[in-house]
Design a protein around this ligand. Structure first.
Ligand SMILES: [Zn+2]
Length: 222
């Protein structure tokens, strides 16, 4: 195809260039997904450039709105992270049919294929959450000068705090489960700025309104 055209320097290629080219090639071969080999053959750029730019080949495909060709190669952590986000956005356990764009990056079928059934995906997920590091649950107030935890909670910790709080604002009880679109925040009970740690027992779930009302130092959301 482009034998006589030199590939541009990677730094001159924009993300948009790559995304557009991925879409064009997929379209030209009449496919909703693209393998590295196919792209190697027909694409304008080195597939390595796309991988480097977006992290993984599948992430590049996702950014281009294409399907992921090797679903089983998706890391479990990525599937669970997505599930965590959807669960928090809904404020309750997601149903399989709700796993779709734009709320979910992966369809319920992806989970079903990977875990055998939607139910077993949920069970495996909950087990993983329950067995994730215990140090985030227990906090002894020993040193208020130095923080031993980062300011922003990990996605997993956010999920655990929200789950403990039943995905409801601790102050007013608002929940995305009752009011779709409502966004819950994680708030430090003892503010980070005065030494509060990012641990389970110093974190609480608040809705946006209550969080703004509570403090003039609202937590930074990612
Ligand atoms: Zn509230």
């Amino acid at each position: 195809m482009n034998q006589f055209k030199l590939e541009p320097w990677p730094q001159d290629i924009t993300d948009e260039d790559i995304i557009t080219d991925l879409r064009n090639i997929a379209k030209s071969i009449g496919s909703e997904y693209l393998t590295v080999k196919q792209y190697e053959k027909f694409g304008r750029f080195d597939p390595a450039t796309a991988k480097l730019r977006f992290g993984t080949w599948n992430k590049a495909l996702t950014r281009a709105g294409l399907k992921i060709s090797h679903r089983n190669s998706l890391p479990r952590a990525e599937l669970f992270e997505n599930l965590e986000r959807v669960w928090m956005a809904l404020g309750r356990q997601p149903r399989m049919h709700e796993m779709r764009k734009p709320m979910s990056l992966f369809s319920g079928d992806v989970y079903k294929k990977r875990f055998g059934s939607w139910r077993s995906a949920l069970e495996t997920f909950v087990k993983t959450v329950d067995s994730s590091p215990a140090e985030i649950d227990n906090y002894q107030e020993t040193d208020i000068q130095r923080h031993r935890t980062p300011r922003n909670p990990s996605l997993r910790l956010k999920f655990k705090v929200m789950r403990r709080d039943n995905f409801k604002c601790k102050l007013c009880g608002a929940s995305p489960a009752l009011k779709p679109g409502l966004v819950l925040h994680i708030d430090h009970i003892k503010p980070w700025i005065i030494g509060g740690e990012t641990v389970m027992n110093n974190l609480e779930t608040l809705c946006e309104q209550c969080n703004i009302g509570k403090s003039d130092l609202p937590m930074e959301e990612e």
